[in-house]
Ligand binder design. Structure first.
Ligand code: SAH
Length: 196
């Protein structure tokens, strides 16, 4: 098929944690992603005070950026180190609390209350825990999900979307036989069948 050799590739949570430990985080963009600036108006669609979701958030600086614009941010990330680096690098005080519905999970919340980051697998989250969102910034998320989990991921994302939710998705286009990923190559046709 089109994605051939990547179809069966699996990156485990432990491997992601190790990437963070080793500082192997070439995906992190210190200065934010130009496509968010470019398409911000589409995300906001004239609305203010949105709830915006960052799946597989890492320490994306766009979370701080949107929070400073008055939106409330929810992220999810398996690496606690990533989340702690996020708060430290922006000098944001935060507190930690357990998430009663998810065993072993933690929520790290800025003291100001507008940034809540869940430390757990995204597959443990649901709308009854995290609520629904007006906007989603999906960069380094769908493309980081193991190809075998894409359907599950997309179905979950759909359940987290409010009726008028705007979803900005960034993908990468390249020959999947030349790199093993992540980021994985997700063909346009697959995006259409996943999200409708
Ligand atoms: N979106 C971020 C990070 C992209 S890298 C950015 O744009 O910089 C993908 C991130 O997903 C990594 O930080 C990894 O630790 C995290 N991750 C991988 N699998 C996950 C899962 N099942 N649930 C939550 N986070 C996960």
């Amino acid at each position: 098929t089109e994605i051939g050799s990547q179809k069966d590739r699996v990156v485990t949570e432990e491997e992601w944690l190790r990437k963070w430990q080793m500082g192997n985080i070439g995906f992190h963009k210190e200065r934010g992603h130009p496509l968010l600036q470019k398409y911000l108006d589409i995300l906001l669609n004239g609305r203010s005070g949105l709830r915006i979701f960052f799946p597989l958030c890492g320490k994306a600086v766009e979370m701080k950026w949107l929070a400073d614009m008055g939106h409330s941010i929810v992220g999810v990330e398996v690496s606690e180190q990533a989340l702690k680096e996020f708060f430290a690098e922006h000098s944001l005080p935060y507190c930690e609390e357990p998430v009663p519905e998810i065993s072993g999970a933690k929520k790290l919340q800025s003291t100001s209350g507008n940034i809540s980051l869940y430390c757990c697998s995204i597959y443990d989250l649901s709308s009854s825990i995290a609520g629904k969102f007006d906007g989603v910034w999906d960069r380094g998320a769908l493309v980081a999900v193991n190809p075998c989990d894409r359907q599950r991921y997309a179905s979950l994302m759909i359940t987290l979307m409010q009726k008028n939710c705007s979803y900005l998705l960034v993908t990468v286009s390249y020959d999947p036989n030349k790199h093993k990923g992540p980021p994985f190559y997700v063909p346009e046709s697959e995006i259409k069948s996943l999200f409708g």
